[in-house]
Write a protein that binds this ligand. Structure first.
Ligand SMILES: *Cc1c(COP(=O)(O)O)cnc(C)c1O
Length: 460
């Protein structure tokens, strides 16, 4: 270790003066710049000590490093990424992307005062939920509707309002856990109701539900097993039969649908996700589902059903605590309008990406490959398979294409990391010893950014 080198490291104050003289980082707060200077000097000291650096960098190089640290510190922690994983409803990456229309509506509601709780026709106070209620009832055939912060909150509200102090009958095969902290048994407990499990893991019959009903029973609950499938010898009770049992016993039937489709996805090859309308027409009293799973809207919990029950939910104190904000409502309203107007598949990114056919994806992958080749970056286009994500259609694999890269320098992990650590992170996946960019979730306007990132990495 060269002590002389260490002694020649510039002082914080000196560096700050140099930066100021060069007009470097002039628009950043002094505090941030000072912290960046300290961090850069600390890096320098460490590099000199461990021998990875033998001489002091020149002033320009040091200033550039500080500027990069300042830029990094000022980046929003929550920011956009380029999703090249192919998972359309990637929970870690924010689930559904909003349509352009919904984004414009959110921007307007966010920037300006709005009609949130104002009735412009009559010039008096309006209600926050009026913007989406009619749209939801028209789309689902339900009598009434309500929106809360997310589907977990919806289930909590429904059980608290309709079953507190009593028992709820659920099939053993439907005791779902979603994302680690949402578990049907625990939700029940926190709502002050008792879970009455019936049937076996693989089979539950109508007579199981029937014998589970007693004088304390408040409701029959059906939960869509959204993120798993029980295969082999299985049996579940059809909605119609459960509804008939509910009527006979004078008990409401509640359904947690998970994703909650507003239109049938079977024509685009996605099986096993029920539509909300099917549940409503089967006579289910209260149905809840997410706004940002297959629906493709903002995070929200939508509840539709019989007016008498929805009214009960609206009056419950928890409802106020789960109130959605104006940005969520505006995004949801406009997303629902796309469904009503028949333009959902064109406008809603979630549906568009899920419906993308293999041939379209192959062409997109080949386009990216050709763009990369222009910069001398070699890659392969390979067939792959995608999961839907968001706990929807868990056994379904969608055929897709990916651009596969092997780094010339360093490891595949190193390439993955370099792409992830960018200002606009690019999230790909590693498989078969290669770095894969799955094009299902890449927008056409993101291809150039991906190319630039790979060029700048200097690794491919
Ligand atoms: C996803 C899901 C939930 C939770 O919905 P959020 O909108 O994420 O709160 C609850 N139940 C089921 C069956 C689900 O699939």
């Amino acid at each position: 270790m060269d002590n002389q080198l260490l002694r020649n490291i510039p002082k914080v104050d000196e560096l700050l003066r140099t930066l100021e003289q060069n007009g470097c980082c002039a628009d950043a707060p002094l505090q941030t710049v000072t912290e960046a200077v300290r961090a850069a000097l600390e890096e320098l000291r460490a590099a000199l000590k461990d021998g990875s650096l033998q001489e002091l960098p020149d002033q320009d190089a040091l200033c550039a490093r500080i500027a990069a640290l300042v830029r990094q510190a000022r980046l929003p922690s929550l920011r956009g990424v380029i999703n090249a994983t192919g998972v359309v409803l990637h929970t870690n990456l924010g689930r559904a992307c909003l349509s352009d229309r919904a984004v414009a509506a959110v921007e307007d509601a966010a920037r300006s005062y709005s009609t949130l709780e104002y009735d412009v026709i009559n010039g008096c106070r309006g209600t926050r939920y009026s913007h989406v209620e009619t749209l939801l009832t028209r789309l689902t055939g339900a009598e009434s509707a309500l929106v809360v912060n997310n589907n977990a909150a919806a289930v909590l509200l429904i059980l608290s309002a309709m079953a507190q102090g009593g028992e709820v009958v659920v099939s053993r095969g439907e005791l779902v856990e979603i994302g680690g902290s949402f578990r049907i048994p625990e939700i029940m407990e926190s709502c002050g109701c008792r879970l009455h499990e019936v049937g076996a893991t693989n089979k539950t019959h109508l007579h199981d539900y029937e014998s589970g009903v007693n004088e304390n029973t408040r409701a029959l609950l059906k939960v869509h097993t959204s993120n798993y499938k029980i295969m082999g010898f299985t049996e579940a009770v059809e909605l119609d039969a459960l509804v008939a049992l509910g009527r006979e016993k004078g008990l409401p039937v509640i359904q947690d649908l998970g994703s909650g489709l507003l239109l049938d996805l079977r024509p685009v090859g996605i099986q096993g996700e029920p539509t909300v309308r099917e549940s409503v027409s089967a006579g289910v009293d209260v149905v809840s589902f997410s706004g940002d799973k297959l629906l493709g809207g903002p995070q929200a919990g939508v509840i539709v059903g019989k007016k008498c029950y929805i009214d009960l939910l609206k009056k419950h104190p928890l409802h106020r605590a789960m109130r959605v904000d104006k940005m969520t409502l505006s995004a949801l309203e406009v997303t629902l309008r796309s469904y009503l107007e028949g333009t959902a598949f064109d406008e809603i990114p979630t549906l568009r990406m899920l419906a993308a056919q293999a041939l379209t994806l192959k062409e997109r992958a080949e386009r990216l490959q050709a763009m990369l080749l222009e910069s001398g970056i070699a890659s392969a286009v390979i067939p792959e398979q995608d999961q839907v994500g968001g706990g929807a259609a868990p056994t379904q694999l969608l055929p897709t294409y990916a651009v596969a890269l092997r780094p010339k320098k360093g490891s595949v992990d190193g390439l993955e990391r370099a792409m992830r650590l960018r200002e606009r992170p690019i999230i790909g996946r590693i498989a078969r010893d290669a770095y894969l960019l799955d094009v299902r979730t890449l927008r056409e306007d993101e291809l150039a950014a991906v190319k630039q990132a790979l060029e700048e990495s200097g690794l491919v």
